[in-house]
Design a protein around this ligand. Sequence first.
Ligand code: SF4
Ligand code: SF4
Length: 257
Amino acid sequence: MVVEAIPNSVGFIYAILAFAALAWLWYSGRFTRRRAVPFLVVSVLLGYLVFAPVFPYQLQLLVLRDTAALGAPLPMTLVGTLAFIVLALVFGRIICGQICPAGAVQEVMHLIPVKKRGSAESRVPVAVRAGVFVVFLAAGLGLSVNLLGLLGLAAFFNLAVASASFFVFLSIVLLSAVVYRPFCRYVCPYGALLAPAASRALYRLRRTDACINCRKCERACPTGAARPDDGLGECYLCGRCTDACPVDGALVYGRGR
Ligand code: SF4
Ligand code: SF4
């Protein structure tokens, strides 16, 4: 369904503008899950219309040095890819929260009111994703294998239903109705780079002295990132914790730990 007439730079301009808007919403304390919905919808639509800004796939093409598919010179793509990792060092994983179409489509699916499964902890998913990252690099650099292509990321957004890989990613998306972001947490190689950056982010969610330790935020968090000792590498800035917090100003997004 990708519309060739729309340059994929449209997706990246959207990513920058949406990033600024979401960072402002978080910083000003106005972020809510309801306000995030339009971003999720536009991001998913852009995924289908221009297949951008699908960051993990950009990284895949970069590893494969596939300039034809990238539609841009390698250095420019490298700078763009690194820029959002630097932004994660400052603002956390805003890009994953609502902007990357692959993350957004899973986030939308998880809104479906069915019983949720999967544990809210990050050690196993992070370890699995680290292993996948090694395979991703070895396959891409050593064998020129497009691992994310095999998993159907491009086929899914291109609605290439004749391709078997379309159904692989479709299965992941369907699974995300019950398990929170299986692709982001267990597979995504770009997420594997964003997570360590986000765990050192300058601006982050933190509890203040107003916290009454009711732990509602922890129970609402699907990744275990709302625990006070968590580094927030697996915080997708979804807003479940801040929406669940019953005390104004107890859980804020701001500078410092
Ligand atoms: S973890 Fe990967 S797929 Fe998920 S939102 Fe982030 S960049 Fe996109
Ligand atoms: S619920 Fe968890 S993942 Fe979502 S914003 Fe809060 S800490 Fe981050």
